[in-house]
Design a binder for this molecule. Structure first.
Ligand code: ADP
Ligand code: UDP
Length: 236
């Protein structure tokens, strides 16, 4: 597998072409951004943590029957993934109120949702990723009803598997964002990443934040959350 030219550099990852037209290589950076890029910084070894954590979780989900883009981890920061056309939706699942939902609905952070909440944002940096509903999605022609049903179904299943897995290592899965993409043969699969950048993880006992909120909220020892997640997943 040859790593060819860089296709894209995002806020957290770079994407490279390979000599296989159906495969890309993603390269995870230590760069961190928040509030739609307004706050910038770096978190030591974040790229290594996110690469390993995301691959571990995608492998687990794949075994449970969720199709993902994961192919092979080739270094600390690099992974071969299936090339997809990203569906421009941020699919957000919430078990406990936090962040923008707490603000929007006036629910104190930590309030358990009586029913799991599913939200969509339109992935468009220039518009600030506005929240949209299924009517907007169909009006914009982003996906069909059947495709959105499949995406929602996957999102709830992923939530069930991940919530159970993280509970087993003493972590509450508060909320998370996932992205899906379409392969060249039209199949919808889970893409992008699942990591402390894209999930809220709280210690089940102390409720300490073990994710990017430490960076968003200018807390001390921003990298400690990432390190702790590594420790709980891989030991050491
Ligand atoms: P952003 O674009 O928000 O700054 P990143 O720095 O994480 O985010 O950049 C990675 C980009 O690659 C994202 O736009 C993401 O949607 C896209 N991406 C993730 N997985 C794949 C894939 N398998 N195929 C094509 N693009 C992907
Ligand atoms: N999230 C993300 N990328 C985004 C927006 C949100 O990964 O561009 C994740 C975030 O880490 C959290 C969940 O989605 O786990 C819900 O985030 P929220 O809407 O509360 O947004 P925020 O508080 O980040 O504005």
């Amino acid at each position: 597998m040859k790593k060819l030219e860089q296709l894209y550099e995002g806020k957290a990852k770079k994407v490279f072409k390979t000599d296989d037209p159906e495969l890309y290589i993603v390269d995870y950076k230590d760069d961190a951004t928040a509030f739609n890029g307004q706050k910038k910084g770096t978190i030591e070894n974040k790229g290594v943590v996110n690469n390993r954590v995301s691959n571990y979780l995608m492998k687990m989900l794949e075994e449970k029957g969720i199709p993902t883009h994961y192919v092979e981890e080739i270094s600390d920061r690099e992974t071969i993934v299936k090339k997809v056309e990203i569906i421009p939706l941020e699919v957000i699942v919430r078990n406990i109120a936090a962040g923008s939902l707490s603000k929007r609905l006036g629910l104190p952070e930590g309030t358990k949702m009586a029913k799991t909440v599913l939200e969509y944002s339109y992935k468009d940096d220039a518009l600030g990723d506005p929240m949209i509903n299924d009517y907007h999605i169909f009006a914009l022609g982003i996906v069909t009803k059947e495709e959105l049903d499949l995406i929602a179904n996957y999102a709830f299943k992923i939530n069930d598997y991940l919530t159970e897995f993280f509970a087993g290592i003493g972590i509450e899965l508060v909320d998370f964002k996932i992205e899906f993409g379409k392969t060249s043969d039209g199949k919808i699969i889970l893409a992008d990443e699942i990591s402390p950048d894209t999930c809220r993880f709280w210690d089940a006992k102390t409720h300490e934040k073990l994710d990017k909120d430490r960076f968003r909220r200018d807390m001390d020892n921003v990298d400690e959350g990432y390190k702790e997640i590594m420790k709980r997943l891989f030991g050491g």
